[in-house]
Design a protein around this ligand. Sequence first.
Ligand code: GLV
Length: 312
Amino acid sequence: MTRPTVLVYHGDPRYAELVRVPKGRAVLRAAATPSEAAEAVGEAEILYAWKFPPQLYAKAERLKWLQAMGAGVDWAIVPELPPGVILTRAPGVFGLWMAEYVIGWCSWVTQRVETYREAQRQRRWLDHVLPDRLLGKTLAIVGLGDIGRDVARAARAFGMRVLGVSRRGRLVREAERVYPVGQMARALRQADFVVILLPLTQETHGIIGADAFAAMKPTAWLVNIARGAVVNEAALLGALEQRRIAGAILDVFATEPLPPHHPLWRMDNVVITPHISGPSTPEEITPVFNDNLARYLAGRPLRHVVDRKQGY
Ligand code: GLV
């Protein structure tokens, strides 16, 4: 029996170094650039990759399985990916990172960090200004997958009231109430913070638009840690400019890196971070692949298989 070839595609060589092939039952190859991948992809039965160049799938005649090095697979669900290829993702890795991001930045708002730091620079003792608190605030989480539920648990530990929005509105124990996506406005109306954690699919593209911002309180903050294109950017810019909402903490953008002349950069009610809220590290992601690789080679079903029609 010929041994399947595993192609690891990433600029960081540690992804390939950490792959464990059980008893030499597969051939391991690594590609750091699109041209190196073009050389190797014809042999590959298994691809372990992030943002694989779609034009190379045409050469991937033997490809049977693509393991994404991350949670979101919008980049992988492209018409070029042959229909028979199984696509798996890497859940369970990012939730605690992103929960800290959310609590950290919500606290940045409630602890009025900017105000006290500015007063410090001016050597002013600002004791007539008090911080606000997370306790009792309402957090609406739009998208209640494994990451959303980790964020919910962290928020509850600080005494926040957690509402959820999901496709079907199925209740999860981490949230006080879950609304189906068609009733999102009911959750948004109550929220002090709205965290976006939806996968980017045809259905969710631009789903956070003018209606969503109209439903939010003028004191509420948007936190987008999903994908930029889930939010309608023109509607967001309008809502921020008109102070329809208090502000936005944005980790993801329709175009990344955010272009230097983009109006979001200069808005004082916007925080911009460079898609780092849930960092991918080879040490955390590769064990998910290794587990699936052992399953694949043993002929057992893979975990975390994506429903390509559904988009996640
Ligand atoms: C990162 O954005 C991921 O989807 O893993």
